[in-house]
Design a protein. Structure first.
Length: 325
């Protein structure tokens, strides 16, 4: 009897042991917006129990939002099939790819889309093009200082995009750095310009503390919302459109704003938006930056000769939204 009971207990322990999978940790890596991004995934059998981003160089206030939100979303869904964070698509995709690699699902960067009558192994990888663009714009202003001296500023726009071969934008990330002469005081002003007094150490310290408009988050407010919120909305609207289509839409929208005092062009209701800042003005030439990103991306296309985008810009003074104006 005792022997039979012992055998039953042994069998029960073996059964319980077989039902309890040991938690294992795996790492995966992918290229993010700011460089390599590494994750650690804890799995219990085939179930994802924890996702951690353990190394990254993503932009605070932009890519960091995906790092904060996406791991828990993947844990809850037990899958990488979750929504990307608006305005941080490149970081979101990097997290998903790194988690996928850690789970042993894939280590392939290129996406393969099967065609009708063709298996996935026969399909050709989709060719994605990546490009980076920059545009700088000078401005006489904002205003003058207490002594009546003119204040000057310049805006540098950075755009990084992923494109289809036909030019359609898959993802676009835009940020902007605004610098003003030190006689404005505060903000991004720095020592060393004519008329200012500052030691070299002070100059270095100030420059190291510069933040882009996106990084400022809630601290850079426009008439309607923040710069980051409005840029996130524009980035969403750009997806699926070519650069020329984005420029055409922006032109129609600006004309409607000037002629009718409306916030968006009624001719294209599917692209109406609550965002109001201009995409091309003395406050920053966002359109030129994304155009240069596309030009940079298409340089590696077969049979494509390197060309330069015309640096002449069109000034649109309908912005009226910047918090320094």
């Amino acid at each position: 009897m005792r022997k039979a009971l012992s055998l039953m207990m042994t069998a029960l322990l073996l059964l319980l042991t077989g039902c309890t999978a040991r938690a294992e940790q795996h790492t995966g890596e992918a290229e993010g917006y700011g460089g390599p991004l590494k994750v650690r995934v804890t799995m219990n059998g085939e179930d994802v129990t924890k996702v951690e981003v353990i190394e990254h160089s993503e932009t605070p206030g932009v890519g960091s939002r995906a790092i904060e939100a996406l791991p828990s979303a993947i844990e809850e869904a037990d899958s990488i099939d979750v929504d990307s964070v608006s305005g941080a698509t490149i970081t979101s995709n990097a997290i998903k790819q790194a988690v996928s690699q850690a789970m042993g699902l894939t280590g392939v960067v290129q996406e393969v889309i099967p065609m009708d009558g063709m298996s996935a192994t026969e399909a050709q990888p989709v060719n994605r093009l990546m490009g980076v663009g920059m545009a700088s714009t000078g401005r006489v202003g904002p205003g003058k200082d207490a002594d009546g001296n003119q204040v000057y500023s310049f805006n540098v726009v950075f755009a990084a995009g992923e494109f289809e071969e036909n030019g359609a934008i898959r993802t676009m990330q835009v940020d902007q750095l605004e610098i003003v002469t030190p006689n404005l005081g505060g903000g991004s002003a720095f020592s060393g310009f004519p008329g200012s007094v500052g030691e070299e150490d002070a100059f270095m310290e100030e420059v190291s503390a510069w933040q882009t408009k996106g990084m400022m988050g809630d601290n850079y407010r426009l008439t309607s919302g923040t710069w980051r919120e409005q840029m996130d909305e524009y980035q969403r609207l750009m997806e699926g459109k070519t650069v020329d289509e984005v420029k055409e839409w922006a032109s129609q929208r600006n004309n409607a704003t000037v002629q009718k005092g409306e916030a968006a062009a009624t001719a294209q209701p599917e692209t109406n938006t609550s965002a109001t800042m201009s995409l091309q003005s003395e406050y920053g030439d966002i359109l030129l930056a994304i155009e240069r990103a596309w030009e940079d991306a298409r340089k590696d296309m077969p049979g494509r000769e390197n060309t330069m985008v015309d640096t002449n810009t069109v000034t649109d003074t309908t912005d009226g939204e910047e918090n320094l104006g």
